[in-house]
Design a binder for this molecule. Structure first.
Ligand code: BG6
Length: 489
């Protein structure tokens, strides 16, 4: 989005031996290096609590890189250059003892990027320690989600960071904003006048956003059970997607212009009464089933689980936006673990033509849809009605796609991982793919009232069989309005 050149910097990765760093961040940094996008003087500091021989920890990072990178993308010359950039420091993050050594390793006058791949509870403490050794001024801090588990706790984290770093130095990650197709959504909406004239309640009946995952909670039960799918996915990823679809065109592409528009959408989300909550929101929890033809355990039978848990692993809901553009246009959101497929897609359903002139039995075919597929197979497709070919077909209609499939359209270009783009934009000092404090807080405010409502109702989540599309009531949620989830098999 931005072509600001990348300056040299030191990227200090707190939590360098954690899952996120090993699985996502180091491979993303390697890819940037391979693509020639890291300045030759960019340095990496891997920071973790594990003591002992630094070389041993650097080899662990190396081994994971080799495991997670596709063999065709492993280039020994790049690998060597990449390793040459990296140093390891064993340190505790909250006691201040190691920070003078860290400051010395960073050196003076360099741009520091402090990436916190740690629990949010230590963000404030790390910021205080960085400031105490003079590392606040020239530093950008990158915060991973989850930032808090409700409005109050997220405010506490944001305030603790803000005591040392102004908002212009804070980069809050929502990795969905770095996905290629999400970026394309902005191009599609605001570089084509075609859509903008149709993008409102006069032309759109409803919008679906599905983020379905095939994986369960293997190994992550401790974290996930305290969060649940609403906090883990809706509060951030799905609401961000909703904002990008629903926002008004920003005045320009600057970070604040985009974020101001997103905040307006979050503020316009209709809060739910108890009656709406039971009609418009479905919570689910998976029970044993099959995935890829193999039996898989239910949520309550996963390793380290507590059989009494009523945490949801699935949420489907209908959100309404109180403004002129979207009055009467429901946004159906659905996300879950252990679903039938890994599928993230947005479907915009356009209204039928006002007067229908074709054979009545073809009427159910009617309806233009814009389908934005985030994963797998990133694509944008516009379903349009055309005439079936052949003399014998008369005016028989068919619904077919005008399609742009990114992997076939741009054959030579690999689709970068979201973290590659996000890390690059932090290095460029471009905040427009990062979430501002007020966005997070408005999103929490809306989610908090759902959670409070659930507590009052006291209903347990509805069971659904692993490997399916969720509880039956999530289908009823949309069919009650005379619609269906698009493409469920
Ligand atoms: C993370 C959630 O933010 O997003 C995970 O914490 C989830 O629970 C993941 O699995 C999904 O990301 P992606 O990019 O695989 O859709």
């Amino acid at each position: 989005m931005s072509m600001i050149p990348v300056e040299p910097c030191t990227l200090a990765l707190f939590g360098a031996l954690g899952d996120l760093a090993l699985r996502k961040l180091f491979p993303a940094l390697y890819q940037l290096d391979r693509a020639g996008l890291l300045h030759e003087d960019t340095q990496l500091l891997a920071l973790a609590r594990d003591g002992g021989d630094p070389d041993k920890h650097l080899s662990t990072i190396d081994a994971h890189l080799r495991r997670y990178l596709p063999a065709t993308e492993l280039d020994e010359a790049v690998m060597q250059r990449f390793q040459g950039r990296m140093r390891y420091l064993s340190m505790e993050f909250l006691p201040a003892d190691s920070y003078p050594q860290l400051a010395e390793m960073v050196g003076s006058g360099r741009q520091l990027i402090a990436y916190f791949a740690t629990p949010a509870s230590v963000y404030g403490g790390i910021c205080a320690n960085l400031a105490a050794v003079g590392l606040a001024e020239n530093t950008r801090v990158v915060l991973e989600k989850p930032i808090g588990h409700d409005l109050e706790s997220s405010r506490a984290v944001n305030d603790a960071v803000a005591a040392y770093f102004p908002e212009s130095q804070v980069y809050r990650i929502d990795h969905y904003l770095g996905k290629e197709t999400v970026q394309n959504l902005i191009a599609l909406r605001f570089a084509n006048s075609l859509f903008e004239t149709q993008w409102n309640q006069n032309h759109i009946t409803h919008v679906e956003i599905t983020v379905a995952e095939k994986v369960g909670i293997e190994g992550r039960w401790g974290y996930f059970d305290k969060a649940g799918q609403l906090r883990d996915m809706i509060q951030n990823h799905l609401l961000q997607l909703l904002c990008l679809i629903a926002m008004d065109p920003p005045g320009d592409l600057s970070a604040d212009a985009i974020r101001d528009e997103k905040v307006k959408v979050l503020k316009a989300l209709e809060p739910m009464t108890a009656e709406q909550l039971s009609r418009h929101v479905v919570r689910g929890q998976y029970v044993a089933g099959t995935s890829d033809g193999k039996p898989v355990p239910g949520y309550l039978e996963e390793e380290n689980s507590n059989a009494q848990s009523d945490t949801e692993t699935f949420v489907a809901l209908r959100a309404d936006i109180r403004n002129w553009r979207w009055a009467g246009v429901p946004f159906y959101l659905r996300t879950g673990k252990r679903m039938a497929q890994k599928l993230s897609q947005i479907v915009i359903h356009f209204k039928e033509p006002p007067h229908y002139i074709f054979a009545p039995e073809q009427r159910q075919l009617i309806g233009n849809k814009l389908i934005i597929r985030l994963q797998p197979d990133e694509s944008i497709s516009l379903q349009v009605m055309t005439k079936d070919q052949g003399l014998d077909k008369g005016m028989q209609l068919r619904s077919g796609p005008l399609q742009l499939n990114f992997s076939t359209a741009y054959k030579s270009a690999r689709i970068p991982d979201a973290y590659e783009r996000l890390l690059l934009e932090v290095m460029r000092g471009n905040q427009n793919l990062f979430v501002r404090k007020d966005e997070i807080e408005h999103a929490w405010q809306w989610c908090d009232q759902l959670i409070a409502g659930w507590k009052k109702l006291g209903d347990p989540p509805k069971p659904y069989v692993a490997g399916t599309w969720g509880p039956m009531s999530s289908i009823a949620l949309i069919t009650r309005d005379g619609r269906a989830w698009y493409g469920d098999l």
